[in-house]
Each structure stands twice: as structure tokens, then as C-alpha cells.
Ligand binder design. Structure first.
Ligand code: AMP
Length: 308
């Protein structure tokens, strides 16, 4: 099933208690595309970079099976740059720099070969651009999922509110859910957010797993306790990539199947944090992915009798 991914393709500079990187390849759509390449092979990317973006990174995405016809390269302009520093708990971070550069005037162009899109993943980008992509598709996809972040809540809340009315699944973290809803309780927050538009909501809680909400149903997925967490950058995007590509592969958007997609998303996020940037997402084997998903299943399955 065709999967259309939009989002940032970027340079990142990351500081964690374990080390520091210079500019490395990053961006929401990079992580989502790389992860999706393990589940489905009909992946179309709409994004923008500047002329400073190395061709080898674009070649790498292509090699992983991502169609980059929709990736614009802007002559004389610079790519989006983001820099962040993680606190000692590795669960929270400060954004040090956000240079929008090419993203400032990004006008997403959807190649005609991308128009048959059945699954749409709106990765982290300005909500106006996310909205424009929905408007520019001739037919509404079967499922529209979206990620966003506090940055856009701070500077573009009215536009974000409009875009939320058009989507099916919102994937955000606990801090963002609290900011968007004004509620501390995630259950209350989920109700308020689902009233804003999406009928499904995923709230990621970092090392505490993820929650899936739909109507009155809640599913809780664990996070795998890992021996080493090196760099959480991109974990949220890897989750989104695992989630949407599993749904696209199975072409089943029931609540039951979304639970499985949450486990796949969690498994892919757990790989991402084991090395800096996208490093761990390159060259994964099917066996490694299967074993990781199995570890998630084993982690929380219990045989219990209620008649004691
Ligand atoms: P995550 O750790 O999953 O929240 O995502 C980290 C990625 O998001 C990094 O690779 C950044 O390049 C990208 N990013 C950070 N801020 C923004 C933003 N305002 N818009 C789009 N992408 C962003």
C-alpha cells in the first residue's frame, strides 16, 4: 500500500551526557522513511533541503527504497538545522537552535505518481504545510496520521487547530499532550484532544511506553528497559514510522491492529536510541526486528487466573 511521508529532512547537532555530534543527518521525515523501509516498499517522500545537503544521504534513502521525487533541493539555500541537548535523565531535552531555513517558505509539491496515497504520515513540520499536503491530494487517504511538537503549539496554534480537524491519528508525547489540552491527566487530555479532530491518539511517554486512545478504549504499550540509551533523538519519529508502516503493510486500521502497530512503533524506537542519530536504523535485519517485537510481547504478557 502506498505510504506518503512528509516532514523535515535536516541537519541535527546533538548533545547527550554520553557525547556530542557535529552536524549529522536528521529530520522527522528521515527517521520515519528509514524505519518504514523495513515494513513496506512503496514509500514516497515530500520534503525540502538546501544545496548544502549531501547527495550521499539522499542516495542512502533511495537505497533503502524511498522514492525521493518529491524531495525538493533549493539552490542557494540552507537546510533546516536543529540542535538539542539532553538532560541527565535522557527523557527531557532543551532545544538549543531551530533554524528553519528552507522550511520557512516550503511549498510542498506532490508528484502525480504520489497521488494514489492510501496512508499519509504528516511528520513534524509547520501545521500550514501539513494542511496544504492534505489539500493537495486529489483523494483523501484511508488514514492520515500526524506528529507535531511544542514549537508549533507555541508559534502556530490556530493553524495547528485547523489541521487537527483533518486527521485521523495524532502522535505526540505526554508533555505535548498536556500543553495542547491544558490538562495534566492524560486521560482527560486525550478526551479533549480527540474532540479537536483525531479519532485516535497516541501519547508517547519516553522510557515509560506509549498509550493508544480511541473512543473509550485505552491500550498501554510498555517500553523495553534498555541497557544503553545513547541518544533519544528521532525516537518519536521512529515510533511514528514503525506505527504507520505497519498499518500500511497490513492495510488494517482496526483498533486491534493499531495496538500491534503501537508495539511495532515502540520496537523501532527502541533501536533508534541505541546509537547516535540514524546510525542504528541502517542495516537492521528482519530477525533483529522480530526478536525485538517478541521482547515487547514477552515483557508484558502474563498468565493469570482470576478465580483464586
Ligand atoms: P524526535 O526526537 O522524534 O522528537 O525528533 C527529532 C527530529 O525532529 C530531529 O531530527 C529534528 O531535525 C526534527 N525537528 C526538531 N524540531 C523540528 C521542527 N520545529 N520542525 C520539524 N522538525 C523538527
Amino acid at each position: 500500500m502506498s505510504l506518503l511521508i512528509i516532514g523535515s529532512v535536516a541537519f541535527d547537532a546533538i548533545e547527550t551526557p554520553f557525547g556530542k555530534t557535529d552536524k549529522i543527518i536528521g529530520g522527522a521525515a528521515t527517521y520515519i522513511s528509514m524505519v518504514s523501509s523495513y515494513h513496506t516498499n512503496n514509500i514516497n517522500l515530500v520534503a525540502v533541503v538546501g544545496e548544502d545537503f549531501p547527495e550521499e544521504h539522499i542516495n542512502l534513502l533511495q537505497k533503502m527504497g524511498v522514492d525521493t521525487e518529491g524531495l525538493q533541493i533549493k539552490e542557494g539555500e540552507k537546510s533546516f538545522f536543529w540542535s538539542g541537548r539532553y538532560h541527565n535523565d535522557m527523557n527531557s531535552r532543551d532545544t538549543l537552535v531551530t533554524e528553519l531555513n528552507v522550511l520557512e517558505n516550503f511549498d510542498p509539491v506532490i508528484p502525480s505518481s504520489y497521488q494514489d496515497c492510501k496512508y499519509l504520515m504528516l511528520g513534524n513540520l509547520s501545521p500550514q504545510v501539513q494542511h496544504t499536503v492534505i489539500d493537495r491530494l486529489e483523494n483523501r487517504p484511508k488514514l492520515v496520521a500526524m506528529d507535531t511538537m511544542n514549537f508549533w503549539m507555541d508559534i502556530a496554534l490556530p493553524e495547528l487547530t485547523e489541521t487537527l480537524k483533518k486527521i485521523d491519528v495524532l502522535i505526540i508525547n505526554d508533555e505535548e499532550a498536556r500543553q495542547l489540552s491544558g490538562e495534566y491527566s492524560l486521560v482527560k487530555a486525550s478526551r479533549k484532544i480527540m474532540e479537536m479532530g483525531p479519532s485516535y491518539l497516541v501519547i508517547k511517554k519516553g522510557e515509560h511506553g506509549a498509550l493508544l486512545f480511541h473512543e473509550n478504549n485505552i491500550f498501554s504499550a510498555p517500553a523495553l528497559p534498555l541497557e544503553e540509551v545513547f541518544d533519544p533523538t528521532g525516537a518519536g519519529d521512529s515510533f511514528a514510522g514503525g506505527f504507520i508502516s505497519y498499518l500500511a503493510k497490513t492495510d488494517d486500521i482496526s483498533f486491534e491492529n493499531m495496538k500491534r502497530a503501537v508495539i511495532y512503533g515502540s520496537a523501532m524506537a527502541s533501536f533508534c536510541v541505541e546509537k547516535f542519530g540514524t546510525e542504528r536504523l541502517i542495516g537492521l535485519t528482519n530477525k533483529e526486528i522480530e526478536n525485538r517485537v517478541q521482547a515487547f510481547i514477552s515483557l508484558s504478557s502474563v498468565d493469570i487466573s482470576l478465580s483464586i
